[in-house]
Ligand binder design. Structure first.
Ligand SMILES: O=P(O)(O)OC[C@@H](O)[C@@H](O)c1c[nH]c2ccccc12
Length: 266
């Protein structure tokens, strides 16, 4: 067996156990979504690296918690040139909430991704978002809905879908399920280690027609250029922008990465 599909880390098991228990909404959510690919094109046209900046108050691999107002963080990220935002809504391990996402989406004009561990259709019916995340690895477990069914259910409600992968085999599964926005997570959910080579390797199997996002472990302008060089249409960055523990300038942290391809960048 490929070791990338081996046992998942205990922290991740705990996230999944909580996700299995979480009930969804009882009323069907429908959304008029802001286009993610259009937001990426607009950033590119303006000379900015298309970047999804993530509001993640804490995580199992983070020391400390950022407690500033998420709406202020969101506004600072957009001021720093973020093309889109990602908001964790997982409450038990990431300090997120649906209410935070709702407030953020009201405050900004850019598309907002709901970052959560969706395993069942009803879990789509929690909050309006422009994009929802579906993680291939977790939808291969027993007792979850099928990826293809969830993709269809999400689109029926108006959501765009980001399908997250970590291996070539998962990319294939994502494409078979009809994914047109694919993320490659540099973080291995079995070991929780980050390796940017993952994107470089796995991106080769993603066709050019798909919107491709490099996720996790991107910290420096050099990392940005490396992922873009390997074919990333956009990047998903959390920790380097949130900078947990330190109280740094989130606008500047964002700008440093969205400017990574401009001439004056050192
Ligand atoms: O903080 P980082 O290393 O920049 O990573 C952001 C994002 O990719 C990461 O938070 C993430 C990727 N996939 C996920 C799935 C669920 C929760 C979180 C994630």
């Amino acid at each position: 067996m490929d070791d990338s599909v081996g046992a998942i880390a205990p922290e991740v098991e705990s996230i999944l156990a909580a996700a299995r228990e979480r009930v969804g909404g009882s009323d069907r959510v429908t959304v008029d979504a802001r286009s993610l690919p259009a937001a990426f094109e607009q950033a590119e046209a303006g000379g900015r690296v298309p970047l999804v900046a993530e509001i993640k108050p804490t995580s199992p691999t983070t020391d400390g918690e950022r407690t500033d107002d998420p709406v202020e963080l969101a506004e600072r990220m957009v001021a720093g040139g973020a093309a889109a935002l990602s908001v964790l809504t997982e409450p038990d391990h990431f300090g997120g909430s649906a209410e935070t996402l709702e407030r953020v989406r009201e405050a900004v004009d850019v598309p907002v991704l709901r970052k959560d561990f969706i395993l069942h259709e009803a879990q789509l019916d929690v909050v309006e978002a422009d994009v929802v995340l579906l993680i291939v690895r977790f939808l291969q477990e027993d007792g979850t809905d099928d990826l293809s069914d969830l993709v269809a259910a999400a689109r029926d409600r108006g959501f765009q879908v980001l399908v997250e992968t970590h291996t070539e085999a998962e990319v294939e599964t994502a494409l078979e399920a009809g994914a047109d926005i694919v993320g490659v997570n540099n973080r291995d959910l079995a070991k929780l280690e980050v390796d940017l080579e993952t994107f470089e390797r796995v991106s080769e199997s993603v066709p050019g027609s798909v919107t491709l996002i490099a996720e996790s472990g991107i910290h420096t302008p050099e990392d940005v250029r490396r992922m873009r060089g390997a074919g990333a249409d956009a990047l998903l960055v959390g920790s380097a922008i949130m900078d947990h523990g330190a109280d740094t300038d989130v606008t500047a942290n964002t700008r440093r990465l969205t400017d990574a391809e401009t001439e004056t960048q050192t």
